[in-house]
Design a protein around this ligand. Sequence first.
Ligand code: G1P
Length: 284
Amino acid sequence: MRALIPAAGYGTRFLPATKAVPKELLPIGDRPALQWIVEEALGAGAEEVVVVTSPDKPALKDYFTPSAVWRARLADKPAALAKMEQLDALASRVRFVEQAEQRGLGHAVLQAAGLFAQEREPVLILLGDALVSGAESCSAEMLRLSRERGGASVVGLERVARERVSRYGIAAVEAAPDEGRTYRLTGLVEKPAPAEAPSDLAVAGRYLLSPRIFGLLAEVPPGYGGEIQLTDAIQRLIGSVPVYGYRYPGRRHDIGDPAGYREALLRFEAVAAGGRGASEGTIC
Ligand code: G1P
């Protein structure tokens, strides 16, 4: 299984800080948000992670490029050197693709299509501005569910207040059979008005999708906001293969927004320190 992290957005909700630091590199505990997400993907079993970024954000690639200068600088500081060596080991499993124009989340995912052309397994997609905390790993749980259902596609879901549905992709579902966490998806709509939303189940930044998604993305016309939407391609996928929703028992933190970032800081600092509260802060 391989993973893909779209991380090309400009972070406009977090300006002016994001003029200096891309939102994916804002620190959460002792490491940038993007590193937590890469670790989540590798921890769930991904062999490789492809990050889609913008040519205007070279810092992402710089961060995941091993540095001989840093190694030399830390030669007599073994603890710090060990951290950099761990980062270099992660970096060897991360590659980058650029999205030259900002034409939507679906368009960002499509930029990596060439790297997934031979893919047979579902592709794990983790949004670069969404950290997920909970007792279990959300990506690993989604992968388990997918395997139980013969390699089916799975979308991570969370309940949101009705008045907030127009900020998210919202799922239409069949009734949940197993304690209300797993649903068969019958449709998906991007940012509906509350009166038109098929449910209060929002797409929460984690997807495990059949590689057919790339072909569908190449076909879908621009949707909400005039952008190529991943949601619209998943809607088409639902028409051809079973797609499930998994409502995970943890929480999503939108680090592209100052309030979500503060929340993530509180949740993940305990994990980074390995101290009290770490068990409930295990990253999904
Ligand atoms: C994206 C997706 C949306 C999803 C949301 C949160 O929207 O298009 O379906 O619900 O992420 O994960 P964005 O926040 O980029 O506008």
